[in-house]
Design a protein around this ligand. Structure first.
Ligand SMILES: N[C@@H](CCC(=O)N[C@@H](CS)C(=O)NCC(=O)O)C(=O)O
Length: 210
C-alpha cells in the first residue's frame, strides 16, 4: 500500500507493536527511524500533533498515540471483536501490558539494583501468571486470548513477551521466567508459527536495546 510511513525512533518501545501489526498484515510501509539529531527539526515541522512519536501516516491521516494507532490498525484489519464483553477482555489485557511497561521503566530509571531485581524476581513472575490465567480462560489456553482468532490482545502480549523476555540476548537471562508459564511459552511459539512474515521480520529487523 502506497503512502504508509511510520515515524519513530530506532527503538522497539512504543513503535514495535505498530511495526509488527503492519508486518503481520503484509502492509508495505516506510519504517522511518528518526535519528535523535533529526528529531528537533522534525518536531518543529509540526509532524507530530502532540509533539511526540510514533506518528503513523496512513489513509491520508497522521495518527498519533501508539495505543490509539494499534487500536486503529487492529480495527481496520479485523483484529477487534465486535462483542462488547470480548472487547473488554482484549482491552483489559492490553492495559495491563501498559501498566507493566510503566512499572518496569520506572524501576529501570531508579538505577537501583534492588528495585530492578524485585521487579524481575517478584513482579514479572506474578504478572506472567495473571496473563497466563487470562489465556487459560479461553480454549484451555491452547489458542488465542479472546475468541477463536487473533486479536489485538495477541499482538500486544506477543510483543511484550518477545521484546521484553524472549528475543535473542534476553532469553538466555529470562528462560526460567517463561518456563514457569508453559502455556504462555506455547502461545509465543504458536504466534510465530502462525506468521512467516513475523518470523522473517524478527530475523531481519534492526537490533535495538529496548
Ligand atoms: N502516549 C504517547 C507517548 C509517546 C512518547 O512518549 N514518545 C516519546 C518516545 S517513546 C517521544 O516522542 N519523545 C520525544 C519527545 O518527547 O520530544 C504514545 O503512546 O504514543
Amino acid at each position: 500500500m502506497a503512502g504508509v510511513t511510520l515515524y519513530y525512533f530506532d527503538l522497539y518501545a512504543r513503535g514495535e507493536l505498530i511495526r509488527m501489526i503492519l508486518t503481520y498484515q503484509g502492509i508495505e510501509f516506510n519504517d522511518h527511524r528518526v535519528a535523535f539529531a533529526e528529531w528537533p527539526e522534525l518536531s518543529s515541522s509540526g509532524l507530530a500533533e502532540f509533539g511526540q512519536l510514533p506518528v503513523l501516516e496512513i489513509d491520508g491521516l497522521k495518527l498519533v498515540e501508539s495505543r490509539s494507532i494499534a487500536r486503529y490498525l487492529c480495527q481496520k484489519y479485523g483484529y477487534y471483536p465486535s462483542d462488547v464483553t470480548d472487547v473488554y477482555w482484549v482491552e483489559s489485557i492490553c492495559d495491563l501490558k501498559e501498566d507493566i511497561y510503566a512499572a518496569v521503566a520506572k524501576a529501570i530509571w531508579t538505577k537501583d539494583h534492588e528495585t530492578i531485581a524485585k521487579v524481575y524476581d517478584e513482579d514479572i513472575p506474578w504478572w506472567l501468571q495473571k496473563i497466563e490465567a487470562r489465556l487459560l480462560r479461553n480454549n484451555n489456553g491452547d489458542g488465542w486470548f479472546v475468541g477463536n482468532s487473533i486479536t489485538r490482545a495477541d499482538f500486544e502480549i506477543f510483543e511484550l513477551l518477545w521484546d521484553g523476555l524472549l528475543r535473542p540476548g534476553l532469553i538466555e537471562k529470562y528462560s526460567a521466567l517463561i518456563a514457569a508459564t508453559p502455556k504462555l511459552d506455547a502461545f509465543v511459539k504458536r504466534f510465530l508459527e502462525n506468521s512467516q512474515r513475523i518470523r522473517e521480520y524478527l530475523e531481519s529487523r534492526p537490533k535495538c536495546d529496548f
